[in-house]
Design a protein around this ligand. Structure first.
Ligand SMILES: Nc1ncnc2c1ncn2[C@@H]1O[C@H](COP(=O)(O)OP(=O)(O)OP(=O)(O)O)[C@@H](O)[C@H]1O
Length: 704
């Protein structure tokens, strides 16, 4: 018992004591624990206590989906597989290729597939007692240290968590809009933020994923715009920045919903991937609200003559910690220096880090700290499960994903992979197993990305395979399960990924595959668990069946990937020809088409990109030795095994982590003075409210 207590990730068994088949997450050392019933009961009681009375956070109108899909997991796998084979909705190119492969060309081929499915089915029914088992794992709770009072922040005044929207100082058109969306009472972050934001205060807000942060900033913004002076010339007064295009689209939709009865409020998107000219035309109309990704916004600042941020009254950084990390550092610096100095600034995220103190110190005015949850919490009704991958069994991962999706978690699932390549491969692989799949990552064009999201939202596809592009902010209704093919780079990444489920007071489940090399992050995750995590065990026999199945599919997978590669090459050539033609045409009308400008010159831009690269080999400009080149070539050409593919995924995580721990060479200095210096060199008094805004921003303009 004492050993169990001292073990940071001790297990509470939830299965019968005499079942010796169940491996332990902590390895052979812990296999002989006594499964002490007393402890189990005490912890179950604790769990019940911990989860009691949480409904206060949300409306009573909310539906809590408490029926546990675990209970239904052994039902009718065969029928489900058949159902999944039925096509629904439009098929993309890759889906057509998969469907072609899946077509029963000959009777013989069909029988083989059936036999495999039969085996899988029989195996599961025969060995039902050893099907997936789940053990409970309790976190070792760290006693929270006394939080140091922060010198930069003002403490938040108390707020009333029980009020309804109609009791807040909100105008009729907004109340009508809230009621039309079906919202009646604010979530805690909304109750805390709205009154302060209406007073024009700067805030730094942190609340768990899915807790309604978007409405927390959108509501007071719309309210304030309702009272804009009538006779003034139109100008852009609100800027919301978010890290991904999809998130911007979503925030834009929320603003439109909230302002549906306020006819004089206009908003516009400014994100990459969408048509530049039509965006320029929209921005010329001076919409009240612009929702943007930083890169495209900077493009407009420098190249759309009438667009300026000098009239910005409210600046919101959604996913603020991401917006202020090294990837966006230079761009954010540029945006913030261009914004009016007298603005109100609001920062929101589920994971605020100390890094953003740099910005708070220099750019926020007496900010109020609104931490509804600590910055390491996952959603309250999230059930966290982990599947242990033993050493030398790394190649099981794809088979385990296939087993989970075909046997247990059939729809409303997001699977996260580390690389675009793995996402794409799994799309083909799972498609050949008859599942309805979509992929979402940076290798797709914007139309494909938005189309995949639409199809997942409309339930035309059951499983969304995504990279971290989809990890932050996306609010997709009723996502039941999030699966991590490998654990992500950091705890923060994990919190955002699993936050795609269990949103707005609903339940959800995350399942993460954890190998030996990922145990350190697992321990960090378990330390933050308020509700004991579970360990899911998939019998090795089942895993083997799926491995065999995937091995049989391998030639088809490779063929489809090859065809895809050919198509992609063709598309790239076509795009290059189009670009060349356009350049030729433009050069004839050069005077009317001045070159677009960027805030960095070419060399600065290349140096910036090089610094941000995780993979030094991907730098085409860098001189690579002959041996290195041969090694890269070998790596690319060797047909990869399932183990190799996982290794590749893990390498990416490792590269990120290495850079985080010792990456001073690639990372910018993050001390506050550097940020302050960066921001104040050009504008010594840029935050001073007494100083009127500069007529034009003193930015470096250079040819792009
Ligand atoms: N007051 C409310 N009552 C009920 N539901 C709400 C309320 N406010 C927001 N929601 C719903 O909660 C869901 C999550 O909201 P939102 O996307 O703003 O979360 P978030 O906190 O920004 O999450 P993330 O950290 O993942 O970005 C949305 O579907 C939204 O409609």
């Amino acid at each position: 018992m004492s050993r169990q207590n001292s073990d940071p990730i001790a297990l509470i068994p939830t299965i019968s004591d005499d079942d010796n088949d169940v491996p332990d997450l902590d390895g052979p050392d812990d296999d002989d624990d006594n499964d002490d019933e007393m402890i189990a009961k005490a912890r179950a009681h604790k769990l019940a206590q911990a989860t009691k009375g949480k409904s206060l956070d949300f409306n009573e109108q909310f539906q809590f989906l408490l029926d546990d899909p675990e209970d239904k997991r052994l039902i009718k796998h065969r029928n489900d597989n058949d159902d999944q084979l039925k096509t629904r909705g439009e098929l993309s190119n890759i889906d057509e290729k998969i469907a072609e492969k899946n077509k029963p060309d000959t009777e013989e081929e069909n029988t083989t597939t059936n036999t495999i499915e039969d085996e899988a089915f029989e195996m599961e029914v025969e060995h039902e007692p050893i099907s997936d088992k789940v053990k409970t794992k309790e976190s070792k709770k760290k006693k929270s240290k006394d939080k140091k009072k922060d010198e930069f922040f003002e403490e938040s005044p108390p707020f009333n968590p029980d009020q309804v929207f109609s009791e807040m100082k909100i105008s009729r058109p907004l109340l009508k809009a809230l009621s039309a969306i079906g919202l009646h009472s604010p979530t805690p972050i909304q109750a805390a933020t709205v009154p302060l934001a209406l007073l024009g205060r700067d805030v730094c807000a942190c609340a768990v994923t899915g807790s309604g942060k978007t409405i927390a900033f959108a509501l007071p913004i719309v309210e304030r715009l309702l009272y804009k002076p009538h006779q003034t010339a139109p100008c852009t007064r609100v800027l919301v920045l978010a890290p991904t295009r999809e998130l911007c689209v979503q925030i834009h939709q929320v603003f439109r919903q909230l302002s549906q009865f306020a006819h004089n409020i206009t908003s516009c998107l400014s994100t990459g991937g969408l048509d530049l000219k039509s965006q320029e035309a929209s921005l010329r109309l001076q919409p009240d609200i612009v929702i943007a990704t930083p890169g495209r916004l900077i493009d407009h600042i420098h190249n759309s003559p009438t667009f300026t941020l000098q009239n910005i009254e409210i600046l919101v950084l959604d996913e603020a910690d991401r917006m202020l990390d090294e990837y966006y550092f230079e761009q954010m610096k540029e945006v913030i220096t261009n914004c009016s100095r007298t603005r109100q600034t609001m920062l929101f995220s589920a994971t605020m880090t100390d890094q953003i103190k740099d910005l708070i110190q220099v750019s926020l005015n007496r900010p109020i700290r609104l931490f509804i949850d600590d910055n390491q919490s996952v959603a309250p009704y999230l059930r966290q499960e982990f599947i242990r991958i033993r050493e030398h069994r790394e190649g099981d991962r794809e088979a385990i994903i296939a087993a989970l999706l075909t046997r247990t978690f059939h729809d409303r699932v997001i699977v996260f992979a580390q690389t675009k390549k793995q996402c794409h491969r799994m799309h083909v692989m799972l498609g050949l197993l008859g599942l309805k799949i979509g992929e979402l990552h940076g290798d797709l064009n914007q139309t494909q990305r938005l189309d995949t999201l639409r199809r997942f939202k409309n339930e035309e596809i059951d499983v969304l395979l995504a990279t971290d592009l989809a990890a932050r902010g996306l609010d997709i209704e009723n996502v039941k399960t999030v699966i991590n093919f490998v654990l992500p780079n950091t705890l923060k990444h994990y919190i955002h990924r699993v936050g795609r489920t269990a949103r707005a007071g609903k339940t959800g489940r995350s399942i993460s595959l954890v190998g030996e090399n990922e145990r350190h992050l697992l321990k960090d995750i378990l330390k933050t668990c308020k509700v004991p995590a579970k360990m899911r065990i998939i019998p090795q026999e089942i895993v083997q069946i799926f491995r065999n199945k995937l091995e049989e599919l391998e030639p088809d997978i490779e063929e489809i990937l090859k065809m895809e590669y050919g198509d992609k090459m063709l598309q790239t050539c076509e795009a290059q020809i189009d670009k060349a033609e356009k350049r030729l045409k433009d050069s004839k009308t050069d005077a009317s088409n001045p070159k677009r400008e960027w805030f960095q010159n070419r060399n600065e831009r290349i140096a910036e990109q090089d610094k941000l690269r995780l993979d030094p080999h991907s730098n085409k400009k860098k001189k690579v030795s002959k041996e290195e080149r041969e090694q890269i070539q070998k790596m690319k050409s060797t047909p990869k095994t399932a183990d190799d593919r996982v290794k590749f995924e893990m390498q990416k995580v490792a590269r990120f982590q290495t850079r985080q721990t010792n990456g001073s060479s690639s990372k910018r200095p993050r001390d506050s003075s550097s940020f302050e210096t960066d921001l104040t060199i050009d504008k010594p008094q840029w935050r001073s409210k007494s100083t009127p805004p500069a007529a034009s921003a003193p930015t470096k303009k250079s040819k792009r």
